[in-house]
Design a protein around this ligand. Structure first.
Ligand code: ZN
Length: 122
C-alpha cells in the first residue's frame, strides 16, 4: 500500500476537485449546446450548426462528453479512494502507482504497465 503524507493527500484532493469542477462545467455546457434543438439563441455554436454541419458537430460533441464523463467517474472514484485510504494503488496488480504519475494524472487507477496491457487488449 502506498503511503502519503497528509499534505500529499490534501494536494491530490485539491487537484481532483479542481479538475472535477472544470470537467463538470464543460460537460453541462456541451450538453446544452449539443442536445438542445434551439438554434435561435444566437451564439457561435448555433451559427456553425446552421451551416449544414449539424449532425457531424452533434456526434463529435457527444463523443467528447462520453470521454469527459469517463474521466469524471474516474475522478469520483479517486476521491472516494482518498477518503477510504486506498488511493494510489493499482487496481489491477495492487502495486503502488508512482507519485510522479499521480501528480500528472491524479485520477488514474492503473499503473503504467497495467494501463499498457489494458490498451493492448482493448
Ligand atoms: Zn498495475
Amino acid at each position: 500500500m502506498q503511503r502519503f503524507s497528509k499534505e500529499e493527500i490534501a494536494k491530490f484532493r485539491t487537484m481532483l476537485f479542481e479538475r472535477r469542477e472544470i470537467l463538470a462545467g464543460n460537460v453541462s455546457r456541451m450538453s446544452d449546446s449539443a442536445l438542445s434543438n434551439n438554434h435561435d439563441s444566437g451564439n457561435g455554436f448555433n451559427h456553425m450548426a446552421d451551416m449544414g454541419t449539424d449532425n457531424y458537430d452533434q456526434e463529435f460533441t457527444i463523443g467528447r462528453i462520453e470521454n469527459e464523463e469517463d474521466e469524471l467517474r474516474a475522478i469520483d472514484e479517486a476521491i472516494q479512494k482518498l477518503d477510504a485510504g486506498t488511493y494510489g494503488a493499482c487496481e489491477s496488480c495492487s502495486q503502488p502507482i508512482p507519485k510522479t504519475r499521480l501528480r500528472a494524472l491524479p485520477f488514474v487507477s492503473l499503473c503504467v504497465r497495467c494501463k499498457e496491457l489494458e490498451e493492448k487488449s482493448a
